[in-house]
Design a protein around this ligand. Structure first.
Ligand SMILES: Nc1ncnc2c1ncn2[C@@H]1O[C@H](COP(=O)(O)OP(=O)(O)OP(=O)(O)O)[C@@H](O)[C@H]1O
Length: 218
């Protein structure tokens, strides 16, 4: 999941172990809100829009709690900031296809589990929002999370490049890498059924309203 949640990752997932799958499927198809998967090229404005959405509707939307192999830091609370697990436990979850996404940073593993996404609706009654990349979208589709998919597109690749550079957070190499990835994401977004809705973030106000409407319609 995203940096403004408790997770350093976007949420990229896989399959669920069969036992989990049955229980999640049953639970998610009842009253629980369906998770919303938001994707789009890096720099397209996902964080900008989501920050505003979360601020406007703090009781409606939530993020999942990630797993990590790093130790808790001062002030962090177990199962609130992260699910802190050992390497062995983390590997077991990988082997069981329990993660939507996982990655290693600075020697520590981080991941978003399918179960933690389902838990958002079950425990807090909130709709879980996942901000993830294309691989993550495909992974979520392979689960029984019954998610809804929203793609945020830039008005053009040129504008995307301007935003990435304007943000001042990326090296030249990183800008090029993100632009290359953006082409693939835009192609995938054109495939029928890839997303339930595509919002073009040209005018921020208009884009926000469209995203808000989609999310509230869950
Ligand atoms: N409609 C818009 N018009 C102009 N600039 C915008 C618009 N929406 C967002 N931006 C700017 O574009 C930059 C990238 O936005 P943001 O960081 O939200 O993208 P992102 O999709 O979350 O990227 P990443 O996936 O890399 O985190 C920011 O500087 C933001 O202020």
């Amino acid at each position: 999941m995203r940096l403004f949640s408790t997770t350093p990752l976007s949420c990229r997932s896989r399959l669920i172990p069969s036992l989990l799958q049955t229980s999640i499927s049953t639970r998610m198809s009842s009253t629980a809100s369906r998770p919303i998967v938001i994707s789009g090229p890096s720099g397209t404005g996902k964080s900008t829009i989501l920050k505003r959405l979360m601020a406007a509707h703090p009781t409606k939307f939530g993020f999942s709690i990630s797993h990590t192999t790093r130790a808790p830091r001062a002030g962090e609370t177990r199962d609130v900031d992260y699910h802190y697990v050992s390497r062995t436990e983390f590997q077991t979850l990988i082997d069981e296809n329990g993660f939507i996404e996982h990655a290693e940073f600075s020697g520590n593993c981080y991941g978003t589990s399918v179960a933690s996404v389902a838990a958002v609706a079950e425990k807090s009654g909130k709709t879980c929002i996942l901000d993830i990349d294309m691989q993550g979208v495909k992974s979520v589709k392979a689960t029984d999370l019954n998610a809804r998919f929203l793609f945020i597109a830039p008005p053009s690749l040129e504008e995307l490049e301007r935003r990435l550079r304007g943000r001042g957070t990326e090296s030249e190499e990183s800008v090029q890498k993100r632009l290359e990835a953006a082409k693939g994401e835009m192609e995938y977004a054109k495939e029928p059924g890839a997303h339930d809705k595509v919002v073009i973030n040209d005018d921020l106000e208009k884009a926000y309203k469209e995203v808000e409407e989609f999310c509230l319609a869950a």
